[in-house]
Design a protein around this ligand. Structure first.
Ligand code: FAQ
Length: 321
């Protein structure tokens, strides 16, 4: 026999699902199943961490940008990524987790961040490849997330997508310039392409058949399209962009299927993906050590901000008394 309490919970879950099915947004003060809340906290906080950790490979090139124009653009882009992290941390906070807790989950290894940021940016062409391929992959995913079911996440995505499309173009512009340059520059651009192509495809996550989170994510309309659908969209767009500037996709099995209009690709190295998300990629240790150090160095800023907040609240209480 179902107890009265359990019947009440089932009723709530059904009502919640029918709101999702009818396309309503869920807002912070609405009732929601705990599993939905936890799923979102995990995904949004990991997304936020990715934006912030993603600043590291690019900031490596600020002092070595080849012109003042290039430096200004790169600085603005990196600053945007930090801003994206802040919108996303704020969206996650509306679900009842504190920023401190999210950062501690990142530092303890409980929370992941995107695999892609564990690869090094070795040359200036890598800055082009990151903007074009990494931001390009991020946009494909994030455009879809603009229609995610949680209101604050969806609204953060709308704003983020506007900025990411500029980032993608700045990366493509760097690659196009290099491909129109000397033989050395062309080789440098192709080398960056060779190193970033496969890791960019891994950003979309495992194949749908091996993705344990997809079922619930689709049921709750957190994800609107699956990992493989989004990866395919990115491949189809990017292969054509590469052709326009003369870059070769580093995949001998790449083939256009004339009947579907989609490109098929060779096998993604999933052992490499697992290795990277388990902390053993080329830069995992470096990325985390840097984040921990900067976080510790910034403790005084957080303390000062807290002290100022307390002072303002005390003043407001005095005036209103
Ligand atoms: N890296 O069952 P699924 C950017 C994990 S933003 C690391 O398929 P889900 C902007 C996954 O967490 C880039 N881990 O999981 C920028 C799960 O582990 P868990 C970030 C990955 O959540 C550009 C397990 O594998 N974007 O780049 C990855 O349904 C330039 C099983 O996977 C987002 O985060 C991966 N690539 O699908 C910034 C978008 N893939 O948590 C600076 C939002 C999978 O159970 C410079 N997130 N895993 O322990 C999503 O759309 C989804 O979370 C996916 C994964 C698609 C990433």
């Amino acid at each position: 026999m179902i107890s009265e309490k359990n019947a009440g919970i089932m009723d709530l879950v059904e009502k919640f699902q029918s709101r999702i099915d009818s396309g309503e947004f869920i807002e912070p003060k609405d009732e929601m199943p705990d599993a939905y809340r936890q799923h979102l906290i995990r995904q949004i906080s990991q997304h936020a961490h990715s934006e912030v950790i993603g600043m590291q490979p690019e900031s490596n090139w600020i002092t070595r940008a080849p012109s003042l124009r290039a430096k200004q653009i790169l600085l603005a882009k990196i600053q945007d990524e930090g801003g994206h992290g802040l919108y996303l941390y704020s969206a996650a906070e509306t679900l009842g987790i504190s920023r401190e807790e999210m950062i501690s989950q990142l530092h303890s290894g409980k929370a992941k961040y995107s695999s892609i940021f564990n690869y090094p940016a070795l040359t200036w062409a890598d800055i082009g490849a990151i903007g074009w391929l990494v931001d390009g992959a991020a946009i494909v995913n994030q455009v879809s997330l603009q229609r995610t079911s949680y209101g604050p996440y969806s609204r953060a995505m709308v704003r983020i997508c506007k900025e990411e499309s500029f980032h993608q173009r700045q990366g493509y512009e760097i690659m196009a310039h290099m491909m129109a340059g000397t033989k050395d520059q062309q080789e440098m651009a192709q080398d960056a392409m060779n190193r970033w192509w496969w890791p960019s495809l891994m950003m979309f996550g495992p194949h749908d058949s091996d993705s344990p989170r997809t079922h619930n994510a689709m049921k709750w309309r957190i994800k609107r399209e699956s990992n493989d659908e989004l990866r395919q969209r990115f491949i189809d767009k990017t292969v054509q962009q590469a052709e326009v500037i003369g870059l070769k996709i580093p995949d001998n099995n790449l083939k256009l299927n004339e009947s579907t209009g989609h490109y098929s690709i060779g096998e993604i190295n999933w052992a490499e993906f697992q290795n990277v998300i388990n902390g053993n990629g080329p830069c995992n240790v470096q990325r985390m050590q840097h984040h921990v150090k900067i976080h510790e160095d910034g403790a005084w800023v957080r303390e000062a901000a807290e002290a100022y907040k307390r002072k303002r609240m005390k003043e407001q209480n005095t005036y209103s008394a």
